[in-house]
Design a protein around this ligand. Structure first.
Ligand code: COI
Length: 359
């Protein structure tokens, strides 16, 4: 697919519309399914990309025996496009998402997608949905959901030879409840999201399916998030159902190291900002009891943002962070790190780390 061809089409489409002209209630978006103009859809046959185009609408015809439906051969990404202070729209670290998708695809025996094609597909999704990019200053973003899945029919278990690659675009703001209160989390001690040498570090649909029941149970009990422990011993903290775990302990930024968690690009970026703030970054095993010693805890992810956590309940035990603080005073270090990240994402601060790419 010619890069120039795609960009030219996109430029013409874009000229007719403007950032945020859909005029939605940007502060009430939350994080849900929202139909924009359409999706980018590509076809792979024999491991080679045969087509990539913008399709008006959210449907695609697939064989009901597709490997993705029968055997879960599917992986995805989540990244955001931000309206910038200078009037442009920029993607946050799409190269990292491209690398992670290719690593997931490799584990699930699906084709690699060139970074250039991946980024161009993201740009096409943004340009064709430009009026749904939340305007600068609204705290929202256009969330992009690239998905790669096995589309050829399989009844015997074997990898597909045909695949679809789609990019969905949807305007979003906060993932957790909209009242800005810190998150309350419940430790999952009767469920695991992943196996020790399984797919925990792969961004595949199955990991989220494994969490549907545990998390809906936690939500019914009034918790906002589920926190998983290591699947081998249930002694160490792994991650939240849809985001990474990190904590502040004095002058240290502590985050789990484990082969069965997903490498969050938000967490990676916040670690760089923490180092710039002279915090010492520790990536290591975190025993569950260490929760007692943390000043702040946060849930970090593209969707989850950097959301302060006020309490973690583990069986009969409740760990509280910043218990004497009001919601506004809660988690000052994570809030500062988040402000610095947003400032880069929206062009208020110089892009010192070269994280942003023009959409
Ligand atoms: C993201 O943060 O982009 C994710 O993919 C999490 C999602 C399952 C809500």
């Amino acid at each position: 697919v010619g890069r120039r061809g795609l960009s030219e089409v996109a430029a013409v489409e874009r000229a007719a519309r403007e950032i945020g002209s859909a005029g939605l209630e940007w502060d009430k978006l939350g994080f849900g399914y929202f139909e924009t103009n359409g999706t980018v859809q590509g076809e792979f046959r024999g491991g080679r990309l045969r087509s990539l185009e913008f399709v008006h609408g959210f449907s695609s015809q697939i064989n009901v025996a597709a490997a993705a439906l029968q055997y879960g051969q599917s992986c995805f990404e989540g990244l955001k496009a931000f309206a910038s202070k200078d009037g442009g729209v920029r993607l946050f670290r799409p190269g990292e998402n491209s690398r992670r998708l290719n690593s997931s695809a490799d584990r699930l025996m699906m084709p690699q997608i060139d970074e250039e094609i991946f980024v161009e597909a993201c740009r096409m999704a943004v340009h064709n949905n430009i009026e749904f990019v939340p305007p600068y200053g609204t705290n929202g973003a256009l969330y992009l959901r690239p998905v790669l899945f096995g589309s050829s029919p399989r009844i015997g278990v074997s990898p597909a030879t045909e695949h679809k690659f789609v990019v969905i675009a949807s305007p979003v703001s906060k993932y957790y409840r909209g009242d800005s209160k810190p998150v309350r989390a419940l430790v999952m001690d009767r469920y695991d999201r992943a196996a020790p040498l399984g797919l925990g570090n792969v961004k595949t649909a199955a990991n989220y399916a494994a969490d549907l029941k545990p998390s809906s149970h936690a939500k019914k009990m009034g918790y906002d998030a589920s926190l998983y422990l290591d699947p081998k011993e249930h002694k160490h903290i792994e991650e939240f159902a849809t985001s990474n775990f990190a904590a502040i302990k004095g002058d240290r930024y502590v985050t789990p190291s484990s082969g069965s968690i997903l490498a969050s690009i938000t967490n990676l970026s916040i670690q760089q900002l923490a180092q710039r703030m002279n915090l010492k970054v520790e990536r290591r095993k975190i025993p569950i009891e260490e929760l007692e010693e943390f000043d702040e805890v946060a849930s970090l992810g593209t969707a989850a943002l950097v959301s302060p956590v006020s309490s973690v309940v583990h069986g009969e035990k409740q760990y509280k962070f910043g218990a004497d603080k009001t919601d506004e005073e809660h988690s000052p270090v994570f809030k500062q790190l988040h402000r610095e990240l947003i400032a880069i994402q929206t062009g208020q601060s110089p892009d010192e780390f070269r994280w942003m790419t023009d959409a």
